[in-house]
Ligand binder design. Sequence first.
Ligand code: HEM
Length: 499
Amino acid sequence: MSLWWLTLGLLFALVALVCVLLHRSYSYWAREGVLHEKPVWFYGNLRSVGQTTTVLEPFRRFYEKYKGQAPFGGFYFALRGAAVLLDLELVKLVMVKEFQNFSHRGNYYNAQDDPISAHLFNLDGQEWREMRNKLTPTFTSLKMHQMLPTVVDISERFVRVVREKVEVFEHAEESPLEVKDLLARFTMDIIGSCAFGLDCNSLNDPNVEFCRLGQKVFTQRRHGRLAFALLQTFPNLAKRLHIKMVPDDVSNFYMRVVREAVDYRDKNQVQRKDFLNLLMELRNDPNGGLTFNQLAAQAFVFFLGGFETSSSTMGFSLHLLATHPEVQERAREEVQQVFEKHKELNYEALRELKYIKQIVQETLRKYSIASILIRRTLEDFPVPGSNYVLKAGTPVVIPVDAIHHDPDIYPEPEKFDPDRFAPEAIEARHSAAWLGFGAGPRNCIGLRFGEMQTLVGLAVLLKNFKFSPAKETEIPLQLNKTSFFLQSQGGIVLNVQKV
Ligand code: HEM
């Protein structure tokens, strides 16, 4: 009996302790005297996410409500407070000028038990700095130049596949195609070739394992929301408990693919102008070479970064072009002129696709693939011009989507207008007003490659096909409520006709 009471007493004490800790955590911004909204226990200010809203909505609402009242507002993720920046000058300080104090993202990774999670996006501190320095030369214009022929070859295969699908509808009234999946397979083939040295040919065979597991990384998580929040809050304890992030089948598969590709190239002395080759060369870097696990993790993040982001961007662009025929016509004219002049898509030709580039920028404004970006304060940071201090360890949220929809920066923000990105219009705006690829030393390392494959994809599609809304086309496009990166809820169906 006494043991029973003791157990009950301990349980009660434990529940009381958790309540005190949560209360303390959820009263943080009130104690700091910072504008904030009341959190819901265990959900913070993100209760609606995944149910009635996507991740972008709470931040857009928060920004609209508090902008102009303070440089930042207090927000609650599941278990802890985060500062949401409301002022572009402060965004610039955090991302660029004071970067040394905000260089961490604070993502959980576990190099020991889950080596594939220790990639550039997740690494922090000295490990991140060293890896970024090693990988930066991989993305120079010259390297992009050398990879362009692979991208163009795959784009030609892509056009053939789309043409065959369109021809099925030769005499029909409509020719509806689901373009999102086709685009995902296009970018998957490109990055499969450039990062893993594989001709995965998912354009012709969508069931290949590479493609299936690639999609899984974005749709399935190893941990639920609360467990994820605990990992982010107590990373050292989680590492001691050997907790992993990446699902085992995904991790095992990609480790095996990289192992086989590396062994094959080593054995047969194969040299190719692609990411894998560059990563293999880094193994012998005199300033500390990459281990196999490090190499595999970076190939994996190139795959993650290279496939979904670019294909989603192209999918959103095509939807916008289909619903804005005048923009589409102007874009096609540019593509035709560039092809007439250069006869092929070489690097020079890509640089002349200026209006297409503006379309990509405007697409990423309207559909910010990363709707928020996160940094973490390393040391207490007094916010200039105010009495506030961002305390060491505070997660800092840059509300990219909200900034991209601020009518004071972009009048009529819902309107699709690529001329917003004409050089003089960009010049007239604050440098932190567009963050499609992030900003500062921790921006997207694959920016050039992402731009290159997106421009090639859009150019070959516009050259060969016309896009218009079909009966099944969703207008407006519904967004996926559960994914962290912006995606459409279902496929993107458009009428596709040969030019
Ligand atoms: C349209 C295509 C792409 C978009 C919109 C995009 C967007 C982004 C954004 C917003 C970030 C965060 C930047 C920040 O925190 O300031 C990022 C980081 C990153 N991206 Fe991309 N990306 C694209 C393509 C690529 C490609 C093709 C690769 C690799 C081949 C790539 C690899 C990475 C990596 C490794 C990081 C982490 C960089 C670091 O922490 O140092 N991305 N990307």
